[in-house]
Design a protein around this ligand. Sequence first.
Ligand code: SAM
Length: 418
Amino acid sequence: MLISDSTVQTVTPKRKRKENNLGHYGLGTDAPWYQPQELSKSARSAFSEIARRSAEAKRRALEGCSEPKHEINVPRLHPDTLMPQLRGNGLRSLSLFSGGGGLDLGFDRAGFEHVASYEIVTDAAATLSANRPHWKVESGDRGDVTRIDWRKVKADVIHAGPPCQPFSSAGRQLGHEDERNLFPEFIRAVREIKPLAFVAENVRALLNGKFSQFVQEQIVQPLSRDYSVHVFDLNAASFGVPQVRTRVFFVGFRRGLKTEYCPPSPTYSFEYLLGDEVPPMAEVMKGIAFERCMGARQALGLPDIGFDALAPTLRSGLTGPRHTTSILSSVSALKLWNRLEIWPNGVAASREAARRFVPDNGHFRLSVPDCALLQGFPESWKFSGAVYKSIGQIGNSVAPPMAYQVALSILRALSSAA
Ligand SMILES: C[S@@+](CC[C@H](N)C(=O)[O-])C[C@H]1O[C@@H](n2cnc3c(N)ncnc32)[C@H](O)[C@@H]1O
């Protein structure tokens, strides 16, 4: 059932930020950047009815009332092979707005020494600590980058994923008027730490004409004083990740270093897997030779149905105005998921639970580890928190194999610096 926008009244960011700034940052409504919808009575009862029916069907399934239709899937994609662990390269990297660790993992695999991660949301920070107990991970108020004095912190590279909600097509695109725009805080960290290099990533929407003045005046120009700045976008499928996912990167090198920088070149082709969600032509052209990227079905280890494609972009369950266990990003994405015979709603906690709770249309139900795989996380990287919190961290992340390639490109440039 589709709930039309007219039934939804939204609240202004400013008002909500004040109400939400409660000092404890689980991923509930107290996360300061989360902006819930205020639903009309009819929309609220429609959602409640869907949730009630779904909970009932799930209860029956998990009690064994419906027969699993398939064996537990065994993935064929092994993201570890997309980012082999490299030896330490002697460069120290600092992570801001770390989320569930997409960029952190990519830099780790590329051999950078982890200085610390700063992440306001405690569940995301718990993911980092659980996977890398020896890392320094600051969370809650101590992880809030707006409160940190960076002047005594030492790092060679800063990598950061400032929140994308102000620019995301899933949000209201208020850009710099949205007080969740934390690019100024990233720039402050760069100015205070003075690293050799930095990388900031965000949604591709930031390259839309609508934001060009913002990008120039608020990001590129302030950084260009002391750094040579490169702006480019990459598609995760160019690096073997079976999903349509483009991100924009801002990479900078301290002036005077004499670096020669080349953004990462594609290592995988994917143009034959585009289904209905077609990225810009330039991306298609970039991906025409090299090893073939797997489609979503092949990557997940599902049987051949005569059709496969890159998964549509996984939406973060935390980015929109409602917390959700769906990773569905658009109506066209739903068409593609249907052709793939994969159900993008009601993601289950585990493959075992997903197999026992068959959707009404008989399609394959996704689990948290399956979503992580479609994002390029290896099986060994576990997410902390309830399902919506885990898929929120996954959908917010930079696909680690893409982060790995960006990290390598920075390493190459720094190694060549005169
Ligand atoms: C786009 S996500 C980053 C994803 C991450 N780069 C990755 O690759 O997995 C942005 C993150 O910034 C965090 N965040 C928002 N405001 C923050 C603040 N003031 N201090 C620290 N982290 C913050 C959010 O909780 C969210 O996890």
